[in-house]
Design a protein around this ligand. Structure first.
Ligand code: SF4
Length: 276
């Protein structure tokens, strides 16, 4: 999800803000190009071709900061994800999406996600099918010969998917300036603080309230939007914390503590807006 999508879906998900690092060797860094360890879907590709394609990804084009090191450029981008006690999407009801008409761009473009550059779509799709992820409960892609054609000659052949991908890319690129603000926002950990963990894990999740504050200050969300989001989050957080306390599972404690801290942050934002 993009940050603004997460805010729009504040009645469905408790979002976490995700910092993401995409490291790309410079063209003259032959040693790094030779030692690239790409995602299994892209193994066997020419390293220079892969790097050229990665530069076209939304993660790189929408990056809000770039850290340069000798021979490398590290692109920092943001997304949001649902923060839950258990794996799985909270919007899934049985085998159906309970928010189908409002589902995020990512869901609209599965299995040809908008953050995969066009030149890598066939490999990404093939890799997903080969890894068995297209046929796992509760979702199952139709990969039979009778299925509609999604990709032809490496490009999207389905107009609906094509439109959904274009909308997802546009939404991600529109948040580039917001990403730059988020990386400097006082309510969020600085790049310097999270960078060592990002170099290790590529993704770091942090509390979302600073992203909301940055979007508000940047004029992307008005006072009414902040109030609606915070009120919806308080209701969701209270429900989830209450359910966790009733379950009495030791492994829930860390998330409950973090949810309580997040709850306090949203209460304080509402108070500052005179909504309490
Ligand atoms: S499409 Fe699936 S992953 Fe996306 S919101 Fe719906 S249930 Fe969740």
């Amino acid at each position: 999800m993009t940050v603004l999508e997460a805010i729009r879906l504040g009645d469905v998900f408790v979002p976490a803000l995700v910092y993401r690092l995409t490291s790309i060797p410079r063209d003259d860094n032959d040693a790094a190009l030779a030692s690239l360890a790409p995602h299994p879907h892209f193994r066997g590709m020419d390293a220079r071709e892969l790097v050229t394609k990665l530069r076209e990804s939304t993660a790189v084009r929408a990056a809000g900061a770039v850290v340069s090191e000798p021979g490398w450029e590290h692109h920092l981008s943001i997304t949001a994800r649902a923060w839950t006690y258990d794996p799985g999407c909270p919007a899934l009801s049985g085998r159906e999406c309970s928010i189908h008409a409002r589902r995020p761009h990512t869901c609209r473009t599965v299995p040809v996600r908008y953050d995969v550059p066009e030149g890598l779509l066939v490999r990404a799709f093939r890799g997903t099918v080969d890894a068995g992820r297209a046929a796992r409960d509760p979702f199952e892609c139709d990969v039979s010969d009778a299925a509609p054609v999604l990709l032809r000659d490496g490009a999207i052949a389905d107009r609906e998917y094509e439109g959904a991908r274009a909308a997802g890319i546009e939404a991600a690129l529109a948040e580039r300036e917001l990403a730059a603000r988020i990386f400097r926002h006082p309510l969020l950990p600085s790049i310097e603080r999270v960078y060592p963990e990002l170099r290790k894990n590529r993704l770091v999740s942090v509390s979302f309230h600073g992203a909301l504050a940055a979007a508000h200050e940047h004029g992307l969300v008005d006072d009414a939007g902040v109030k609606t989001f915070c009120a919806a989050q308080l209701a969701l957080l209270d429900r989830q914390i209450e359910a966790a306390l009733a379950r009495r599972r030791r492994e829930d404690r860390d998330v409950t503590a973090r949810f309580r801290t997040l709850r306090a942050a949203y209460v304080s934002m509402l108070a500052r807006l005179g909504a309490l």
